[in-house]
Design a protein around this ligand. Structure first.
Ligand code: UDP
Length: 357
């Protein structure tokens, strides 16, 4: 039995959607590790809420997202930073735990690694963004082998010289997603509404293919969203809102397919496995995590990145995809069991190293 301290993302409270896929990953992992008899304590920004799990809520100013930073962006820590406050808390209680797991994509926890007695496992949930964070990831990987965990090989390629990392994949609680075999004619797009997610391409493709697009997710970049509304006022898309997992699956499972059109290299793509779990095929750009998740011609289509024409072609041919196969892929490859097996192995290995220190 491991006593685990999970430190959440500092960009906003759990449940707000600001953290993107890492919120769901942390929740699923906490649930699964508890189920396996481990003890998990979650430390997260104040006002965090997770179904049936209590968090140690920490006040402080949220950290800015780094997704759209320039390569040479400096490290910024604001006064009363929640990130610093969360790690102060971790330092105070570290002796009570076997292992600390960091879910923040940020410089500070990486930098602090050698100053802790306990081993820190870092879940790196994005591809390479800034030089400062990259070099700290490399440094930690070198000094503390296998403490850097990532989701996919495609994500690893964005850190060209990274060594000693551990590939973890991802998974969800499939039982929470209901299979739907009689879809409507609508398509969906799910994600944080922010430039790197490329919503405009999905809107254009839906327009050209003459289908309706439903949009789900947190509006993160208001300017970007306003521009989209102005630029594509003649397209048939509708913003549905941001929903809990339970409600989200209820709303997306009737989709004919989802469109995944990111402009950046996604580390994984939780929305893909959530859709597959409902039996909803996925049309995605062949880049980053999605390229590893969608089985081309079997559970959706992978198209040339940034090609709206190819998206349209895929939309027109979506009838070829068998929805049962989509659900089956999620059950086999992306269940909580699979997620738990990989993460548990990683954590037990790191705990062993910790004990032998
Ligand atoms: N999501 C949600 N409610 C919504 C729309 C999205 O909870 O209405 C969640 C979704 O379940 C997924 C996350 O937002 O876990 C998006 O994660 P993904 O890995 O696809 O992308 P990221 O935001 O991490 O780049």
């Amino acid at each position: 039995m491991l006593k685990l301290l999970f430190l959440s993302t500092p960009v906003g409270p759990l449940g707000s959607g600001v953290g993107g896929g890492v919120e769901l990953t942390l929740f699923n992992l906490a649930k699964e590790m508890n189920r396996r008899g481990h003890q998990v304590k979650i430390v997260a920004p104040q006002y965090s809420s997770l179904p049936n799990i209590t968090c140690q809520e920490i006040p402080g100013v949220w950290q800015d997202m780094v997704q759209n930073s320039t390569r040479d962006a400096p490290i910024i820590l604001l006064q009363n930073s929640v990130l610093a406050n969360m790690w102060n808390f971790a330092k105070e209680v570290e002796n009570d735990y076997d292992l600390i797991v960091n879910f923040a994509f940020d410089w500070l926890p990486l930098y602090l690694t050698p100053f802790f007695k306990r081993t820190i496992a870092h879940l790196i949930s994005m591809g390479s963004t800034t030089n400062a964070i990259d070099s700290m990831i490399h440094q930690v990987a070198k000094s503390f082998p296998y403490t850097i965990g990532i989701h996919t090989q495609e994500q690893a390629k964005t850190f060209p010289f990274l060594e000693n990392f551990y590939i973890l994949g991802n998974g969800i609680d499939i039982s929470l997603y209901e299979f739907c075999d009689n879809p409507s004619n609508d398509f969906s797009w799910i994600g944080r509404i922010s430039p790197e997610k490329g919503l405009e391409d999905a809107i254009l493709a839906a327009k050209d293919a003459n289908v309706k697009l439903k949009v789900f997710g947190k509006i993160q970049d208001i300017e970007y969203w306003k521009n989209i509304q102005a630029d594509y006022s003649n397209a048939d898309f509708q913003y549905e809102g941001f929903f809990s997992t339970e409600k989200l699956q209820e709303k997306i499972r009737t989709s004919k397919a989802i469109l995944v059109t990111p402009k950046w290299v996604e580390a994984f793509g939780n929305v893909i496995i959530e859709s597959l779990a409902c039996g909803v095929p996925v049309i995605a750009y062949k880049r980053g995590g999605p390229a590893a998740l969608v089985k081309h011609g079997e559970t959706g289509f992978l198209v040339t990145p940034d090609s709206v024409n190819e998206l349209v072609y895929a939309i027109n041919n979506i009838g070829e995809i068998n929805r049962e196969r989509c659900r089956h892929q999620a059950e086999i490859n992306y269940s909580l069991q699979v997620l738990g097996d990989r993460f548990e192995k990683w954590m037990l290995m790191l705990n062993k190293i910790n004990k032998s220190k």
